[in-house]
Write a protein that binds this ligand. Structure first.
Ligand SMILES: [Zn+2]
Length: 57
């Protein structure tokens, strides 16, 4: 039996991380920045900010 061991098809097109225009953190292109949640110049993810908002009693 001839077993074809041709598994040389490595993903060459690896997405290179690009700096986020918002925070500058390296993120994958066409992906929402996990740091600030911005994509395409707009915030698409609502991240929990550590900054406490003014809690009005
Ligand atoms: Zn970002």
């Amino acid at each position: 039996m001839k077993v074809r061991q041709r598994r040389n098809q490595i993903r060459r097109s690896i997405a290179r991380p690009v700096p986020c225009p918002q925070c500058g953190a390296p993120r994958l292109p066409h992906r929402v920045c996990p740091e600030c949640g911005y994509y395409g110049g707009r915030q698409v993810l609502t991240l929990k900010e550590k900054t406490k908002e003014k809690s009005s009693r």
